[in-house]
Design a protein around this ligand. Sequence first.
Ligand code: PLP
Length: 404
Amino acid sequence: MPVVGLSGIIADSFLQTQGKPMGFTTKQIHAGVTPDPVTGAILTPIYQSTTFVQDSVDQYLSKGYSYSRSGNPTVKALELKIAALENGLSCTCYSTGMAAEQVVFQAALSAGDHAIVSDVAYGGTYRLATKIYSRFGVDFSFVDTANPEAVRAAIRPNTKLIFTETPANPTLKLTPIAAISEIARKHGILHAVDNTFLTPYFQRPLELGANISVHSTTKYFDGHNATTGGAVIVDSKELEEKVRFHQNATGVIMSPFVAWLTLQGTKTLSLRIERQSENAQVVAEFLEKHPKVQQVRYPGLKNFPQHALAKEQASGFGAMLWFEVKGGVKAGKKLMDSVKLCTLAENLGSVETLITHPVTMTHAVMAPAERERVGITDGLVRLSVGLEDVEDLVDDLREALDKL
Ligand SMILES: Cc1ncc(COP(=O)(O)O)c(C=O)c1O
């Protein structure tokens, strides 16, 4: 039986105790959890307790926990599991993906600092930077991080963080992680990567040189549209201390119940995203050939502008794609209202296929000119391909396209 558990042994020890590295799927099931020592329960219990009784004033924290804002055993089990999956030094978990991003900003930036952020990223990242952190004296440049030269040119003496999202929501533009990490390290700047779209099953930014990997666990880790959560995985003790400090100080830790649900979802992560990606490839190829489709973008299509980079830095293409139909915005909206199986909703990464209109939903916060500049067009339809039988998904889309 795996021996990594709430004792706090980190992911690496787990790998070493087995003599050889374990596969991702084995780790996603076993890392971070041990049978409950009192009852033998195979699942880590939901430690729904605000506080933890101390043995004595002189033996404070002898069992490792004091108060659930600072740390909780169920949350800890998930943190150990995700650290093992990303091959990171440690992981901390949060109430949402935005809380996780916020902690990265707080750990890296102070008033007077400058940060470079991918010009295409989740709308909430743009909002966090422009509407909140800019008020506290941090300067942001939104840069085409697909282009290392543009990143190099944007660096200032006070640049402290490069925050990239790859593949980016919703255009799927890729950032070359290794190239940007190299530039960042040369200048003593932290590189954080939002790895939500591919998960550590397909892409591990820390192995490519980044310092921080960030997730909205709301998406593929949960996978069932049941929770909101986030995770930050780091590569150094110094960063671990900083993010743990902010996790406690700002009160954004994940709840024990959400951690418990996410622990269960994570056990099937590789199987879900693998099949969802296969489905996405089939759907993309179907859309590509359909006469009513203007264009489709999926990293697994040979004509995807960064197809070679997708193959180089990740072991799979993911399950997100976007397309535009002929007839512009009006036709796109009609399609989104006509599909039956593809559900019109925000969120992504779940077993249910979700169809989203970024301009009115996930990226409504961006200024129209800014959206246009980075290719988020009014007619862009985003599809998070789920786990349904792919023939049913294709039939659903075909029926809706035929009505246009
Ligand atoms: C790429 C990406 N990062 C971060 C977030 C924010 O995550 P959450 O909604 O869990 O706060 C999202 C949400 O859609 C996202 O798509």
